[in-house]
Design a protein around this ligand. Structure first.
Ligand code: COA
Length: 182
């Protein structure tokens, strides 16, 4: 789904743009993902595991843009992506079409500036307006920033998956399964 560019303001007064992703974003999205994945241990992939070619990434982004029940937003500052978030259907089968899934990330230099909140508000409004009845997500139990963001927007924990992630030192983290009814 296309979302026209919107100018927003950081808490420190600078401006940035929020808009839907385009296939032409592929090179800057690859740069964003590799940098962002290196800044947090809480996402599924390591930077090395995000190994799409520019062509593959452009095709994925075109699919996101052209899917009327998906909204993938990017926040852009000085021509570079500084945050990304998306909401899409849990699946294409008729019995799960009411369930949306949400993902969100922000570059570390821009945490606590209100970008995550701005993106969440737009994704929740999109989901509510496009036939979804609930939004679901998974978050590592130690990811306090993300948990606080999700609770601020009405998500609640409905389950815990033990040992959802295993780290190179042999330690584990549990996943919280969260949901927000619309
Ligand atoms: C989680 C994340 C998306 C939050 O983005 P953000 O732009 O920093 O979020 P905001 O500035 O809008 O803050 C949202 C809320 O989170 C909470 N929060 C943010 N930083 C916090 C901190 N250091 N301590 C406690 N709470 C914090 C607050 O409740 C805040 O709301 P408030 O500022 O109105 O009080 C960002 O930290 C991130 O990308 N982390 C790495 C990737 C990730 O973990 N993604 C989620 C995977 S499930």
């Amino acid at each position: 789904m296309i979302y026209s560019a919107e100018k927003l303001t950081f808490r420190d007064g600078r401006n940035y743009t929020v808009r839907s992703v385009e296939p032409e974003d592929a090179p800057r999205m690859l740069r964003y993902m590799k940098a962002m994945l290196g800044e947090t241990p809480f996402l599924l992939r390591t930077p090395e595991e995000f190994d799409y070619s520019e062509e593959d990434e452009a095709a994925i982004l075109a699919g996101r843009r052209d899917d009327p029940r998906c909204l993938m937003l990017v926040a852009v500052l000085d021509g570079e992506i500084i945050a990304s978030a998306d909401v899409s259907s849990h699946g294409r089968k008729s019995r799960v079409l009411h369930r949306a899934e949400l993902g969100i990330s922000v570059r570390k230099d821009f945490w606590r500036q209100g970008i995550g909140s701005a993106l969440m508000e737009r994704l929740i409004a999109f989901a509510a307006e496009h036939g979804y009845e609930q939004i679901e997500l998974t978050v590592e139990s130690k990811n306090r920033r993300a948990l606080r963001l999700y609770m601020k927007y009405g998500f609640t924990v409905y389950g815990t998956r033990p040992h959802g992630m295993k780290y190179p030192d042999g330690s584990y983290d549990s996943d919280y399964l969260m949901i927000r009814m619309l």
